[in-house]
Ligand binder design. Structure first.
Ligand code: PEP
Ligand code: MG
Length: 587
């Protein structure tokens, strides 16, 4: 790539949706919601103030409904907007704002601002990046109401009539859903992150997006020529001639490559020497099942079920869970859907019972620990899963198992759930595969003891790295030390894979490590035969697998386990598979 030319400004953000676009900037102006004043409302006028708030919510609801109705059928992310509709009426949001207006005798704008700040801080304190991002949904919904309250006009993105790249402080999923693909080439925002719904929609629309740039709206002016490299999370303002030539080429290469990979993604992932791997998708929301299908996933290797428990005052009941699971299971049948039971952190769960707050939630009452302590919450979910299992191919996966007794206890509760369904005469299926996440080092070490109790292991490297190397996965200060290729991690993975082979227990991987092509030869070499990843990564993973010869990884495997550092392992992988990876890197 050429040297930077004078006048070029480079901004960096989060790569939220891959691809490259080159064009003129269009600044989306969303005024009116930043400066909010507080004033008192006299007792006699409080009900009128509440009414004003309700009218603003109703308008927001009508607007969002209108967007859903006008969304093209193939646009499968309207569920995100449905979530926003539900949020509008959520007690902890809607009810609390009304309460605040009435109790404190203040204006609706200020009451809403206060409630939203409190909710935002609950979400932001969560350790899980995905859930952290959900605070953005609350912000988007409240912005929508706030604009109605203050009477600010919102920019009509659907009406933009030239080919441009959007530049905004923030774009809500509702804004993004109105993007006309013939006009909008890509977008950049100051706020937002990879797991934000805006990013998810950009991926679904397959347009490049760089989010969380921080200062894009300050640095970019209307009509500035810009390059957006969504794959690298990079924006170039006033690109020089050389950058334009380079990026035109890169764009063409990317598009050619993507077309080939996507065409092939529905074929099986078989190595050169005939070993077949299942490449599955990870999902958080039921509707993401379509992304898994579109990207050629062989099933769902990890369905994170936490999301349905958050954003609300009361946990979902069995029927609601059953229906959500059933939808996913039915759509994918006969392909497998691995439903992971609740992985709430201590703080997330307790947010609903008002005594939340743990000093060290990652080591606290998280996931299975919480479920074993709250058997009634756990059994509601287990019953819903067993009922959904009738409709397709379900596997159940227990998170954060650290000790043998936890799997025994979890299975006992699963049996109890089945017995209660039997007694009530409800249709269910108990004969499903039961597996555990290997994400706490203690479990990795005792997989031989646990193997007779489970049908499969699924290695969760996000937490395995966190707990083995003592690196908080959400802490930027130590992000550089978060190394899946660390010798300790590689040895744990190999140990689990070896035990799997000896005990005839399949070993899968669903952590982010599986999504990086660089790691795949190694994972194949140790004997992992099923990978699960974010749906967008499936086509490239499948393509790489097709060009690997597992037999040939042997000599390389002998070397890698003797290396002392993650860097050494990285270099060995790069030197051995560099050519294959270079081809994929363009994707
Ligand atoms: C993991 O820990 O690797 C994993 C897949 O689960 P989560 O990211 O949901 O903790
Ligand atoms: Mg985990």
């Amino acid at each position: 790539m050429a040297e930077r030319t004078a006048g070029e400004i480079i901004l960096r953000g989060i790569s939220a949706s891959p691809g490259i676009c080159i064009g003129k900037a269009y600044l989306v102006d969303k005024e009116g919601v930043d400066v909010i004043e507080k004033y008192s409302i006299t007792r006699g006028k409080l009900q009128a103030e509440v009414k004003r708030f309700k009218a603003a919510v109703k308008k927001a609801r009508d607007d969002i409904r209108g967007i859903i109705e006008h969304s093209p059928e193939e646009f499968q992310h309207t569920h995100i907007l449905e979530t926003h509709l539900a949020l509008l009426k959520d007690k902890m949001f809607y009810g609390k704002t009304i309460d605040t207006i009435e109790k404190e005798g203040i204006n609706a704008e200020w009451a809403l601002k206060k409630v939203v700040s409190a909710l935002k801080s609950i979400f932001r304190d969560m350790t899980d990046a995905y859930l952290k991002e959900r605070s953005e949904d609350i912000v988007h919904v409240s912005d929508c109401i706030m604009r109605n309250l203050v009477g600010a006009e919102s920019e009509n993105i659907a009406a933009i009539d030239k080919r441009v790249i959007l530049v905004a402080h923030d774009l809500s999923p509702a804004d993004t859903s109105q993007i006309n693909l013939e006009r909008i080439m890509g977008f950049i925002t100051d706020r937002g992150g990879k797991a934000s719904h805006t990013g998810i929609i950009a991926q679904a629309l397959e347009i490049p997006a760089v989010l969380g740039v921080g200062n894009a709206t300050a640095k970019i002016a209307n009509d500035d020529l810009i390059i957006v490299d969504g794959s690298a999370g990079k924006v170039i303002i006033h690109p020089g001639d050389q950058a334009l030539i380079d990026y035109e080429e890169k764009k063409e290469r990317y598009e050619r490559h993507k077309a080939v990979i996507t065409r092939e993604s529905h074929l099986k992932a078989k190595t050169e020497d005939g070993i077949h791997l299942e490449v599955m998708g990870n999902i958080e929301l039921p509707e993401e099942v379509f992304a898994v299908i579109n990207y050629g996933g062989d099933g769902i290797g990890l369905y994170r079920t936490e999301f349905q428990y958050l954003n609300r005052a009361q946990f979902p009941d069995e029927q609601e869970l059953f229906e959500k699971y059933k939808d996913v299971v039915e759509v994918l049948a006969p392909k497998p859907v691995t439903i992971r039971t609740l992985d709430l952190n201590g703080d997330k769960a307790m947010a609903n019972t008002a005594n939340w707050g743990e000093p060290n939630p990652a080591l606290g009452l998280r996931a299975i620990r919480y479920c074993l302590k709250k058997p009634e919450v756990f059994k509601t979910q287990l019953r819903a899963i067993l009922r959904a299992a009738v409709h397709g191919n379900v596997r159940i996966l227990f998170p954060m198992i650290a000790a043998y007794f936890e799997i025994i206890e979890a299975k006992r509760l699963l049996d109890e759930a089945a017995e209660s369904l039997e007694k009530e005469g409800l249709p269910f299926k108990r004969d499903i595969d039961v597996g555990v996440m290997v994400e706490v080092p203690s479990l990795a070490v005792i997989t031989d003891l646990v193997a007779p109790e489970v049908d499969f292991f699924s290695i969760g490297t996000n937490d395995l790295v966190q707990y083995t190397l003592a690196i908080d996965r959400a802490n930027r200060q130590v992000a550089h030390l978060f190394q899946p290729l660390d010798p300790a991690i590689l040895r744990l993975i190999k140990h689990v894979a070896d035990v799997g082979r000896e005990t005839d227990t399949p070993v899968y991987m669903c952590g982010e490590m599986a999504a990086r092509p660089l790691h795949i030869p190694l994972l194949l070499g140790v004997g992992i035969r099923e990978l699960s990843m974010n749906p967008q990564s499936i086509p490239a993973a499948k393509r790489l697998i097709r060009s690997i010869n597992v037999g040939e990884t042997r000599t390389f495997m002998d070397k890698i386990f003797k290396l002392k550092t993650a860097r050494g392992a990285y270099e060995l992988l790069r030197d051995t598979y560099g050519d294959l990876l270079a081809e994929l890197a363009q994707y």
